[in-house]
Design a protein around this ligand. Structure first.
Ligand code: S3P
Length: 166
């Protein structure tokens, strides 16, 4: 069976929704960032600080190759996974790609003062989030087989909508 792959900006709910979807469908849940942390023994933030974004992106590409292979999983990705066309191709070849669409205010609310978002260092701010969202929106749109607007919806509603559409 095809993987279900969640894409979207930081704070769009990929990990939480992915976990719940996996529970509802009794399928395996994989979070690429957590897998990278497990494999390297470093947090994502440490990887950025110690080795730089380039290194993180190459770990991410290797992880995408690895996790798509098994099929039948629910995969939550990092917010920048779509910037690499090879990732997009591999995710789409092996699964249904679902974009959890969130606007900048929701993202800012959800990630609050998170320190574990190296792309938003030193701290998340609305202007930076707006800028990055605008630059990335077309990548999410192009990669997506399905778009779920998360605005004003709780987790249960988002999961229900995905289950209805797959
Ligand atoms: C990133 C998003 C993060 C993580 C890394 C880079 C990005 O994942 O992969 O910090 O470029 O948007 P989340 O979307 O789970 O925060």
């Amino acid at each position: 069976m095809a993987n279900l792959v969640l894409i979207g900006f930081m704070g769009s709910g990929k990990t939480t929704i992915g976990f719940r979807l996996a529970r509802a469908l009794k399928r395996k849940f994989i979070d690429t960032d957590s897998e990278i942390e497990r494999l390297t023994g470093l947090t994502i933030t440490r990887i950025f600080i110690k080795h730089g974004e380039r290194r993180f992106r190459s770990e991410e590409e290797l992880m995408v190759q690895k996790v798509v292979a098994g099929g039948n999983a629910i995969i939550a990705t990092g917010g920048g996974v779509v910037l690499n066309p090879d990732n997009v191709r591999r995710l789409k070849e092996n699964g249904i790609v679902i974009w959890l669409k969130a606007d900048s205010r929701e993202v800012a609310n959800r990630i609050g003062r998170s320190r574990n978002r190296p792309m938003l260092r030193p701290r998340p701010d609305l202007d930076k989030i707006r800028q990055m969202l605008a630059a990335r929106e077309k990548y999410y749109r192009d990669a997506a087989d399905m778009v779920i607007d998360t605005k004003d919806k709780n987790h249960d509603q988002i999961v229900a909508e995905i289950l209805k559409q797959i």
